[in-house]
Design a protein around this ligand. Sequence first.
Ligand SMILES: Cc1cc2nc3c(=O)[nH]c(=O)nc-3n(C[C@H](O)[C@H](O)[C@H](O)COP(=O)(O)OP(=O)(O)OC[C@H]3O[C@@H](n4cnc5c(N)ncnc54)[C@H](O)[C@@H]3O)c2cc1C
Length: 548
Amino acid sequence: MDADVIVVGGGLAGLVAAAEVADAGKKVILLDQEPEQSLGGQAFWSFGGLMLVDSPEQRRLGIKDSRDLAWQDWQGSAAFDREEDHWPRKWAEAYVDFASGEKRAWLHAQGVRWFPVPGWAERGGYTATGHGNSVPRFHITWGTGPALVEPFVRRLREAEKKGLVRFCFRHRVTKLTASGGMEDGVEGEILEPSNVERAAKSSRKVVGDFKLKAQAIIVTSGGIGGNHDLVRKNWPANMGRAPAQMLSGVPDHVDGLMQGVVERAGGRLINADRMWHYPEGIDNYAPIWSRHGIRILSGPTPLWLDARGKRFPVPLFPGFDGLGALEHITKHGDDHSWFLLNKRVIGKEFALSGQEQNPDLTGKSIRGVLKRGRGTLTPVQKFINAGKDFVTADTLPELVSKMNSLTQKNLVSLETVTREVTARDRDLDNKYGKDLQIAAIRSARGYIGDRLIRTVKPHKLLDPAAGPLIAVRLWVLTRKTLGGLETDLSSRVLKDGKTPLGNVFAAGEVAGFGGGGVHGYRALEGTFLGGCIFSGRIAGREAAKLVK
Ligand SMILES: Cc1cc2nc3c(=O)[nH]c(=O)nc-3n(C[C@H](O)[C@H](O)[C@H](O)COP(=O)(O)OP(=O)(O)OC[C@H]3O[C@@H](n4cnc5c(N)ncnc54)[C@H](O)[C@@H]3O)c2cc1C
């Protein structure tokens, strides 16, 4: 045996799993195809948003949340309806218990802290039993993604000094192997050393091979979002066609190939057609990985228009139902849509996802975060200046003309846009009215966090004092894989819904964040990092228990 446990993939799920194995006093090898500087995978780049339920941060702002409300929301979003949802549903319930129970205290004890104003992601807009968060629950880690990765890397580096952990970078697993009929080893290729910057595409030149044996294998290799061929292959049947052009919200290493490796060994992949991509992507003017796109996190005010300038139907307002908006775009055969807003709105309502786009939160700068909600954030301004997807104008005719020049397709109708914007603005003449987006903006401002830093006072988009007008072309951005390897509540990979595949475990995105799809069809957000932590912790602890 080369170790007690082998972990395949050094993203958050792998780090957590390996740290738990080492904490149990067992020897673990952590393999990753990428070079050492990319340790931490996607989580390092993340915004660090975590779903916590009934937290002190929520209570301080008067948010009444509970395990029951969170479970109601989860079920409304997941809409589990398949036979394969047996384990995902069990995982979902266990995860909601974790998010409303031990999660915050466990992370807090390891030094993790949160920005005091929880965000209100995926607001739904349907009935109380439908999709979405009834209350704000998106807790941004103070220090964003890097600060969430740090405690687990620290634990592993300490265990490495004790001889319990061995890191093998540039080791790409291509096969699970068995002895005595029991999968307990891995084989693969050693890739040439690489000094690319963190998360940049690294070479795939093979310089050797390897074979390793252990008593248990934990697969934590991430999703498929960086592999657009796989995304297209698995594109859900009810979502039209995948756009011809998409951006990538994840690094190239999120290649999904390890899913096939486990499938070939007999593990079952379920819910492969469930994915969580974003319709609000913009092209990154300073890309790190291939087709690098950034997601806009918008407050509720911008008008969302299709490629022709027609407003999206209710409740597809920014931040309400991401997948619903995506479906609206792809079902119409489009590859882009538009946000229409003005300078006042962008100043308060636009943020960007990702740690590098939030230097104030990532750098733990109190002075920096106090500027939030008081004018355009510097990273957003950089996109306005250098990005390809923003146009600005003083009048609607000028704006539409610029939108059409940008796409070179002349699709946007000035008549349609004028009608949409003036009708919407006219509905503001009373304190009440029929436009549900305006009603939603008024309701959002009932939450102090939104009123302070996220949602502008309702006003006419054409008010010259709030201008100039801005239009942003939005691309589809691939990100999360909701389906995955089917696992039981011990994180053991299953062959057929019942029988474990040898001593193989899976956690994190490759396992659909638990069970093979803990989110069902839709996510409440902030549930992916938490899903990696929860499933990685279980996989590590259960694998360690199995070791003789
Ligand atoms: C910009 C950005 C912002 C995000 N923001 C949030 C957020 O605010 N909240 C939230 O909940 N989620 C967020 N996410 C999602 C979350 O970060 C990911 O879902 C999560 O980190 C996935 O972790 P993982 O360990 O499962 O996989 P990964 O991080 O993808 O790690 C998998 C690792 O496995 C390695 N690997 C793959 N195949 C092999 C192989 N065959 N052999 C060896 N190694 C292999 C890869 O190189 C990689 O290092 C964000 C993601 C991004 C990119």
